[in-house]
Design a protein. Structure first.
Lengths: 134, 88
């Protein structure tokens, strides 16, 4: 479940340097963790989650070397429609896929993004709640 | 412009577009237009705007979480969140 994965990731961010890092550095780490957890929970069946994980874990020699996933080197689709181009830029991995596929991926991406936002809002709300009790 | 799209049926595209429409929150919904093409363009634009606003929310919430983690006993909050998630 994405909630557990994200909470675990958050606990790691805290342990890696309380007070040693600036809040903005930590915020960037949290954001990266959010997208990574979202993509990892979606799994490899979605092009957007694969593209996100590739982008985030861009370190050489680090797992995920599945030849099947690497092959897709079609040239990017140069669309005439500026709206389509905009959507392709917003959805991870959206550059090379067919229009029909792009809409499917966009729908799934929107769903998972909305869930991630709700999850983070829940955590912020309860953390604030705990804070205000003391 | 639509040479590529004619291979995929117009029907399939409309079906996906209506799926997208369901996912958009209420404040992005407009009344149905007459032609499906006009509503498709509107929907694409609203989807792009919605995705952009979601990205922004993730960034803002990350910032808030970062501040909160510095300020509070986060482990207590974690336990409470887990409980509330499992209860709902």
């Amino acid at each position: 479940m994405v909630a557990l994965r994200f909470l675990r990731a958050l606990s790691l961010v805290r342990c890696s340097g309380p007070g040693a890092r600036s809040p903005s550095y930590r915020a960037r780490g949290i954001r990266r963790a959010a997208y990574a957890c979202m993509a990892a929970s979606a799994g490899p069946r979605r092009a957007w989650s694969r593209a996100l994980l590739r982008k985030i874990r861009r370190r050489p020699g680090r797992g995920l070397r599945r030849p099947r996933a690497v092959i897709r080197r079609r040239r990017p689709v140069g669309g005439g429609d500026p709206l389509e181009v905009a959507l392709r830029r917003l959805v991870p991995g959206g550059g090379c896929m067919e229009y029909c596929r792009l809409l499917e991926e966009a729908a799934d991406y929107v769903k998972c993004l909305a869930m991630q936002v709700r999850l983070m809002q829940t955590i912020v709300d309860s953390a604030s709640h705990v804070n205000s009790i003391d | 412009m639509s040479g590529r799209r004619s291979r995929i049926s117009e029907e399939e595209i409309n079906e996906l577009i209506s799926k997208l429409q369901i996912l958009l929150p209420d404040n992005y919904h407009h009344r149905h237009r007459g032609s499906s093409r006009a509503s498709a363009a509107t929907l694409l634009k609203e989807t792009c705007n919605y995705i952009k606003s979601l990205h922004k929310e993730v960034s803002e919430l990350s910032g808030q979480l970062s501040e909160l983690m510095a300020a509070t006993d986060f482990n207590g909050a974690q336990a409470e969140v887990l409980q509330s998630i499992f209860r709902s």
